[in-house]
Design a protein around this ligand. Structure first.
Ligand code: SF4
Length: 138
């Protein structure tokens, strides 16, 4: 049995959007560029199994976290909480004791959802962008 609760706590830190629940909105009321929609769907394929962190020699959960951060950052619905989400999720990821990524690509090789390691670069960009915007007081 695998204890995946650390991954759940990362998602609890920000892997969601805050929206009023109600009837389903008209599907075409929020346009999403095709490229972004495709990438978001790829990232959303992550099932949170933890195989990436288990296979990583650094015990890094960056493929998992990058998939969760990216799939919301790529969509307009995720935009309002874009900065706070990545900052909180990375903070919890670090607090849980996961290691840092050194580009061994073991995660990508074992991922059953074929999540691309390129999402880790997206996570790093999202984090840098959030830190910069916070430092500018935005
Ligand atoms: S191995 Fe793939 S599907 Fe499993 S948690 Fe990591 S990124 Fe998600």
């Amino acid at each position: 049995m695998i204890d995946r609760s650390a991954l759940d706590r990362i998602v609890q830190a920000g892997g969601f959007i805050s929206a009023r629940a109600g009837s389903a909105p008209e599907a075409n009321s929020i346009p999403v560029p095709k490229h972004n929609a495709d990438l978001a769907m790829e990232a959303a394929a992550c099932i949170g199994c933890g195989a990436c962190a288990a296979a990583c020699p650094n015990g890094s959960a960056m493929l998992f976290t990058s998939a969760k951060v990216s799939h919301l950052a790529l969509l307009p619905q995720g935009d309002p909480e874009r900065e706070s989400r990545v900052l909180k999720m990375v903070q919890v990821m670090d607090a849980e004791g996961f290691g840092n990524c050194t580009n061994t690509y073991e995660c990508e090789a074992v991922c059953p959802a074929e999540i691309s390691a390129s999402f880790i670069a997206k996570l790093n960009r999202e984090y840098a962008r959030a830190r910069f915007r916070r430092s500018m007081g935005e």
